[in-house]
Structures are given as C-alpha cells and as structure tokens.
Design a protein around this ligand. Structure first.
Ligand SMILES: [Ca+2]
Ligand SMILES: [Ca+2]
Ligand SMILES: [Ca+2]
Length: 275
C-alpha cells in the first residue's frame, strides 16, 4: 500500500529534523560547516525547553549534557547520617513536621544526605553542561539551578586524556575516577546567568573520557553528570522502600550510592574530537 501524502510529509519532516540535529555527528569539533568556533549558547538545535534527563548529544559540534533537576543531595551516608547526627531513618520525617528531619518532606525522601547552608540552596544542582571547542581549547559551560554569589559553587572536570585506564593519577574533588589523569576546577560563576564557565586544553588523544561534578565551595560534591537515563528513584511509596536510607524520590539513588562509596568512575562520557 503506497504512502499517503500525510505520511510522506511526516517522514520528510523527521528526516529534516535528524539532519538539523546533526544526529550523525558524534565528534566534538569547531563548527562543522565553517570550521569556526561555536558559541555553546548559540547551538539552537539543542535549546529545548524540556528534555529527558541524563541524555548527552552533540549539536553542531558541541557536547550537550542535560542533567536531572533537584537531584543535588550528595552522598548517601547509610543508616548513620552526620547531619543531623541521628539514625537516617529518624531524619526522614519531613522538614515541616519533624525538626530533626533533613528530607524535603515526609513523602519525598532523598537518597543523598547532604544539604546546603542557608542562602546556598540548589547552587550545586547542575542543569546542563555544554562543552565546545575553539581550536585546541575547550570551553565548559555549567548551567546551575541557582547561583547567588560568584564563588559559591565549584564545577570540576576530570579527563582520561590518553583514554588509558592504566594511567591514572588524579581524583576529582576526592572522588575516584578510574583512568583520569588531569582535573580542572572552575568557580568563576555568573549569578545573573547561573553559568560557570572555564576552559581547558584539548587532550592529546582524539578519544578521551570526561567526568564532571558540581560541588559546594567546601568541595563537597552534590551532583554528578553523565549518569545516563537509567538513574533510579527507588522510594516508591511502598514499605520498606519509602523508608530505606539509600532510596529517594529525586532520581539520585545511584548518584548517592556512588558518592557514598567515593567512586564515580561509571559516570563518564566517551568523547571523540574531530581533527
Ligand atoms: Ca540516605
Ligand atoms: Ca542536577
Ligand atoms: Ca589515563
């Protein structure tokens, strides 16, 4: 049965969309059309107002990673939570109803157990990370949920710059990143735009791995990038899941476990640089 006109139109539109989004272009590069540097905020193909959290894509040569939002609760500390220094189970009563609680609400527990000082809430909640290339320099632009003061958040990147797990000398703000051999930290934030921007030299290897985290200015990591689309929120309103200390409702169970173990090696992006 031949296609109808409407079906053809939809098919053509989808093809055009795939071309426009550069779905076949998987390399970090200068503007593929002109060879000129790309402003990471001008990659119109990737300026969606909604997205599927955890997705990484390449748009016009720019790596665009979109994170989960309000998932910035740091490490799971197990049954014993130092803040407050009580059984974690007792701390899950909800801030409004229980003065000892450190969870957002009775029915909205978090897996991670870290919180911000007053006035810094959500300032290490990564929303989006863009990495663009200008010649042999890369620019990393972290968009934060909130930023009130220029220096209150640390955004950091680790690279396995030779794509070799055996050459590894670096930790990322104290966290294990297997194979990473160079780390860059940025804290020059712009409270007007909520952006933290920094640059780093292109790795020697065309193929390299990237990790990225955002932390309070105490260096405590609250949010980890490149967690993919299969993050978990295991507190599902049933017992015992709703009261287990390592499960929450905020899509950060895996992040909290990794930060609790001090090893975020699995949360990486394998990147290819164009010539
Ligand atoms: Ca916990
Ligand atoms: Ca986030
Ligand atoms: Ca290495």
């Amino acid at each position: 049965m031949p296609c109808t006109s409407q079906t053809k139109l939809i098919a053509l539109s989808l093809s055009a969309l795939l071309v426009a989004c550069g779905s076949d272009d998987t390399a970090l590069s200068n503007n593929p059309g002109s060879g000129t540097p790309v402003n990471p905020q001008e990659t119109a193909q990737c300026n969606e107002q909604s997205w599927f959290a955890g997705v990484t894509e390449i748009c016009n040569g720019v790596l665009v990673y979109r994170d989960y939002v309000y998932d910035d609760y740091g490490a799971d500390t197990g049954l014993l939570s130092p803040s407050p220094a009580l059984l974690n189970l007792a701390s899950r009563g909800g801030q409004l109803g229980n003065p000892l609680a450190n969870t957002p609400g009775l029915l909205s527990p978090t897996a991670g157990d870290s919180r911000y000082p007053a006035g810094a809430e959500s300032t290490a909640d990564l929303v989006e990370l863009r990495i663009s290339r200008q010649g042999n320099t890369y620019t990393a632009t972290f968009e934060m949920n909130a930023l009130y003061d220029a220096g209150q958040t640390i955004a950091a990147i680790a690279l396995d710059s030779d794509n070799n797990p055996a050459t590894s000398t670096e930790t990322l703000l104290g966290l294990t990143v297997q194979g990473a051999d160079v780390v860059y930290e940025f804290n020059a934030g712009n409270p007007d735009s909520n952006l933290i921007t920094g640059t780093f030299p292109a790795p020697a290897s065309k193929l390299f791995k990237i990790w990225a985290v955002t932390a309070q200015n105490s260096s405590e990591v609250m949010n980890v990038a490149f967690r993919g689309t299969d993050e978990e929120a295991g507190a599902e309103g049933t017992i015992p899941a709703q009261v287990l200390p390592n499960k929450g409702n905020w899509w950060e169970d895996k992040q909290a476990a990794a930060l609790g173990a001090g090893d975020i090696s699995p949360f990486l992006h394998k990147s290819t640089a164009a010539n």
